[in-house]
Design a protein around this ligand. Structure first.
Ligand code: 9D3
Length: 252
């Protein structure tokens, strides 16, 4: 799968993409991430990518022609029509369902918004606008990297078996269960006398019991922290019974 990211910070984007799971996927040839410098698609001496808004007001607007030329160049280079996304606060909220849909594309172009916004005419070349949530970023680069990270994980073989994608909390519709590693006991620290212990069940070797404990913890933690997720989760009889015990609505 190929990602082309058009940005005024190509160095930041290229560097970030090298890290972690996505970086390894690039090395293994499973994913390609190319950062394009928007300034390379300007035609003036000063490589200007922004201008004042028509109608007045604060801030600057990304000029349309460099973005159009960048898209033309990317489409000419790949010889196909990639899906074109614009990162924007007005976009569709990125969810795992959106990520799954995007992961079926062979090529995605991400145009990173900056300044006060992007000239509205750019939207004539955009298939979809994507927001990563209701908070204000100073530009679309971090949002584009979030899209790449979440989508690349779903490309076959990018994530190894031990990190299993199928069991990811959001794929199941519930939050994850608690994790522990060694040591089995440790001081709480912070001047406290208390001991922090790993739950006995996890060290019992009873795999069926461990599975059941994790399933229950995941469910009750979801009820506690993200009850909204329970609406969309596919629960079995045992899970519905646990919810009833804990005063949750068990009609899902
Ligand atoms: C403070 C400026 N705002 C005036 C009402 C509008 C505004 C313009 C540009 C707010 C943010 C931005 C830059 N943000 C993005 O380009 C962006 C973004 C975001 O801010 N939040 C969540 N997802 C995204 S995707 C792109």
């Amino acid at each position: 799968m190929r990602f082309d990211i058009v940005t005024i910070f190509p160095g930041m984007v290229a560097e970030a993409a090298k890290a972690g799971v996505v970086g390894r996927a690039i090395e293994r040839g499973l994913v390609t991430v190319k950062a394009h410098d928007l300034r390379d698609f300007t035609t003036d001496r000063h490589r200007v990518v922004d201008d004042v808004p028509y109608g007045g007001g604060p801030g600057m607007v990304l000029k349309p022609e460099p973005l159009f030329r960048a898209l033309d160049a990317i489409e000419a280079e790949s010889g196909r029509k990639p899906l074109v996304l614009l990162t924007s606060p007005q976009g569709t909220r990125l969810t795992q369902a959106v990520v799954e849909r995007l992961s079926r594309q062979p090529q995605i172009v991400l145009l990173c918004g900056r300044y006060e916004g992007v000239d509205e005419r750019v939207r004539s070349r955009v298939d979809e606008e994507i927001s990563i949530g209701d908070y204000v970023l100073s530009g679309g680069e971090l949002a584009a990297l979030v899209v790449v990270d979440a989508v690349a994980r779903l490309v076959p073989e990018v994530v190894g078996d031990e990190e299993s994608v199928a069991h990811d909390s959001f794929s199941r519709g519930l939050l994850d269960f608690p994790h522990y590693t060694r040591p089995a006991e440790m001081s709480a620290g912070g001047g406290e006398q208390a001991t922090l212990r790993v739950p006995d069940v996890l060290m019992s070797g009873h795999h069926a019991e461990i599975r059941r404990w994790r399933k229950r913890e995941a469910l009750l933690r979801t009820l506690e922290r993200r009850p909204d997720l329970l609406e969309g989760a596919a629960l079995d009889d045992e899970e519905r019974a646990w919810l009833r015990e804990h005063g949750g609505r068990a009609d899902s």
